[in-house]
Unconditional design. Sequence first.
Length: 229
Amino acid sequence: MIRLLAPDEIGDRSQLWPLIEHAVLASGNVCDFVVDTVRTPDGGSMTRQYTLHPGAVGVIAWDEADRIAVVLQYRHPVAHQLVEPPAGLLDQGGEDYLAAAQRELAEEAGLAAADWRVLVDMFTTPGANQESVRIYLARGLSPAPVPAGFVAESEEAAMEVAWAARADLVAAVLAGRLQNPVMVAGVLALEVARLGDGLDVLRPAEADWPARRAWEAQNRELKDAANPG
């Protein structure tokens, strides 16, 4: 018989099975492709290939006219131009998550925000890579200068910034016209919060992010395995 989880059981738990062997198969500009052999609970072993990833932040920037700031960006791996929220990698060592989100909002949309909340945290593809993303809700928007030193290159140089009505984005998600995971999760999380208990129950911008602590612990172990002694 399939049991019903109690409310306090509904949550992801950090867990790392014992590592037997770790190897880097290929290194890229952002991600490494690796293979691990781990010990399973029954005493056996399994081998998994996956991608190391620095993680990312995304921003649902919602204004007083009920619009959300979006970017139209080419994504070569999926051969699509996607409608996305401002977002970017956590690839600047030691940068605070909120500071990274604020930087990305300024770089990609030319905006600053007075009020920040956490909408949702997620793993984008947990069966194949490490990527964890924190999606913020930003309100009280105002124009902001592009951060010093930022130069749009490659896909970003061809990126268009636009506004979209919140309701139109929700409809487009449910119609299958929007597929960027940060957009889908962020827009629907905002809709649930807006129609449910309200935005005041959203987590503060500085809320703990357990997945990132687990990411740090896992990567320390992988580094030790790759460089024994």
